[in-house]
Design a protein around this ligand. Structure first.
Ligand code: HEM
Length: 154
C-alpha cells in the first residue's frame, strides 16, 4: 500500500506540472490578448486544480500513516526530526508549502470563476496559478536544494 501510494504521488507530480504550465500559458495569452474565456481555459484550470487536490489526498495518506517520513518520524525520533534537514523537509517544509500551494490554486480557480469579465478571469487565474506552481516547483524533491528522489519511480 505504501509503495503504491508513493508511486502514484511521485508520478502525478508530472500531471500537476504539465496541467499547471498549460493553464498558466493559456491564462497569460488570454489576459494579454484580451481573449474570451473559453471552455478549454476552464477545463485546463479544473485539470490543474484537480491534480493538486489528488496530490493533497495522496500526500495526506502518506503523511498521516503510510510514510516513515510523516507523523511516524515524530513518534520514532521526537524533536530530533527538526534538527535533521531531510527529516525537517518531509515532516514540515514539503507538507506545509504544498498545502499553501493547493490553497493558492484553489483561490485562483474560485476568484477566476467569480469574475464576470473574461480578461479578469484570465488575469486572476494567471497570478494565482503561477504562485501555486512556483511553490510546487520549489518543494518537489529535485535533489538541488532539497532531498533527491527519483524523477520516475517504478
Ligand atoms: C500538491 C503538490 C505535491 C507534489 C507535487 C508533491 C510531490 C512529491 C514528490 C515528487 C515526492 C517524492 C516521491 C518519490 O519519492 O518518488 C513526494 C513525497 C512525499 N510527499 Fe508530496 N507532493 C505534494 C503534496 C504533498 C502534501 C500536501 C503532503 C502532505 C500532506 C505530501 C507528503 C509527502 C510525503 C510524506 C512524502 C514522502 C513519502 C516517503 O518517501 O515516504 N506531499 N511528494
Amino acid at each position: 500500500m505504501y509503495n503504491a501510494v508513493l508511486i502514484l504521488h511521485s508520478w502525478s507530480r508530472w500531471l500537476v506540472i504539465i496541467f499547471g504550465l498549460i493553464a498558466i500559458f493559456r491564462a497569460l495569452s488570454g489576459w494579454q490578448g484580451r481573449r474570451d474565456y473559453l471552455g478549454a481555459d476552464n477545463g485546463m484550470g479544473a485539470a490543474f486544480v484537480g491534480s493538486m487536490h489528488l496530490q493533497l489526498l495522496l500526500g495526506l495518506l502518506l503523511y498521516v500513516g503510510l510514510s516513515p517520513y510523516g507523523l511516524k518520524a515524530f513518534e520514532t525520533a521526537g524533536g530530533a526530526v527538526m534538527k535533521d534537514p531531510e527529516g525537517r523537509f518531509w515532516a514540515v517544509e514539503h507538507m506545509a508549502t504544498m498545502i499553501l500551494a493547493v490553497v493558492a490554486a484553489q483561490v485562483g480557480r474560485t476568484l477566476s470563476k467569480k469574475a464576470t469579465d473574461p480578461v479578469l478571469k484570465h488575469k486572476r487565474a494567471f497570478v494565482w496559478f503561477t504562485v501555486a506552481l512556483l511553490l510546487v516547483l520549489l518543494m518537489i524533491p529535485w535533489g538541488i536544494w532539497n532531498p533527491a528522489r527519483p524523477l520516475f519511480r517504478f
